[in-house]
Write a protein that binds this ligand. Structure first.
Ligand SMILES: [Zn+2]
Length: 328
């Protein structure tokens, strides 16, 4: 099936599962993206939901399958397009990055139609984002990191920024994370932001397993956003579930606290702990228990990401902090 057909706004009142071919592998097999679509009773907004951009994050894919089962075409205005496995090569081996070209799919958008396997996947997903009216990218932090269940958005200017902010709150998770200067290039959200399309992403403490509670939370979150956007009937979702509203860059590659030395991490803090500048966050020890490094908080803030696996290497991201919003 061609992407243009998938997103054809005149197709109504039906549910459909299919695949879109991306490229062929040396053994003759085809890399293809699975698609789950609900075409509503009348034309309207297109909601695109992505799962498993990282192959070791499993809650998003299952939430999308359950959303597809729960949605009824006759109740829906517009179109739901779910891509439960956005990174099939990485998903097949349950790893963050592709075993074929070793690229991180969440860093190479908008990809290239003539590039490597991951770049071609990114190219096709970027096309899908461009045709959509709203993007939700469901992540689970993966096997290497721990995070609270959170919903993040780019505080871009105009209507798209306003809608992203309001939907991040109605999604219904305890932590909402605002990125005041957007997200760096290469992400699904950066593609959406460049095109003025409102978007959200989620994270949770997912370490290669499947949390049924998170699946339900993600499923309800997407339904809440669809209700908010008028795609589904029902009263506006409540907004009282946010316990922490935090602000920060959120770029693990640049903004995080890194290990100065390799060793074994003994963390003194957990995710969403509030810390003061200079406070010891953890120690890196050697095999005999001797302290090699005390890791201190570079500023006041909240711990949003923490290394889940205690084996750390020099230069590796160990913590990421975000801040409470400045009062105006
Ligand atoms: Zn991820």
């Amino acid at each position: 099936m061609k992407l243009e057909d998938v997103f054809d706004r005149t197709r109504l009142n039906s549910k459909e599962k299919t695949y879109v071919d991306i490229t062929v592998l040396p053994d003759g097999s085809t890399v293809r993206l699975p698609l789950m679509m609900v075409h509503g009773r009348e034309p309207g907004k297109i909601m695109l939901v992505l799962g498993a951009i990282h192959g070791d994050e499993h809650e998003g894919p299952q939430a999308i399958r359950e959303l597809f089962d729960a949605l009824e075409a006759r109740q829906l205005v517009g179109k739901f397009v779910g891509v439960p496995v956005a990174n099939p090569p990485a998903h097949r081996v349950s790893r963050r990055e592709s075993p074929i070209d070793h690229l991180n799919l969440a860093r190479i958008f908008p990809g290239s139609s003539k590039g490597s396997v991951s770049e071609r996947i990114a190219y096709n997903i970027a096309k899908m984002i461009s045709i959509s009216d709203f993007l939700i990218d469901l992540h689970s932090s993966g096997t290497n990191l721990d995070s609270p269940t959170l919903c993040g958005y780019c505080a871009i200017k105009g209507e798209a920024g306003r809608i992203s902010k309001e939907t991040a709150v109605v999604f219904g998770v305890p932590v909402v994370w605002e990125h005041p200067s957007g997200v760096p290039p290469g992400r699904t959200l950066s593609v959406a932001a460049e095109r003025g399309i409102p978007s959200l992403y989620t994270e949770t403490s997912g370490g290669g397993w499947l949390s049924k509670d998170t699946v339900l939370c993600y499923k309800n979150g997407v339904l809440n956003v669809m209700k908010y956007l008028g795609m589904l009937p029902g009263s506006k979702p409540e907004t009282g579930k946010v316990k922490h509203y935090i602000v920060g860059g959120g770029d693990l590659d640049k903004d995080s606290v890194t290990a100065a030395t390799s060793g074994f991490l003994l963390s003194h803090v957990e995710t969403m702990d509030q810390v003061r500048q200079g406070e010891i966050l953890g120690r890196i020890i050697d095999p005999l228990g001797e302290t090699l490094q005390e890791i201190r908080a570079p500023s006041d803030g909240y711990i949003v990401f923490k290394k889940a696996n205690p084996i750390v290497y020099c230069g590796e991201s160990v913590y990421l902090l975000a801040h409470a919003p400045t009062k105006t």
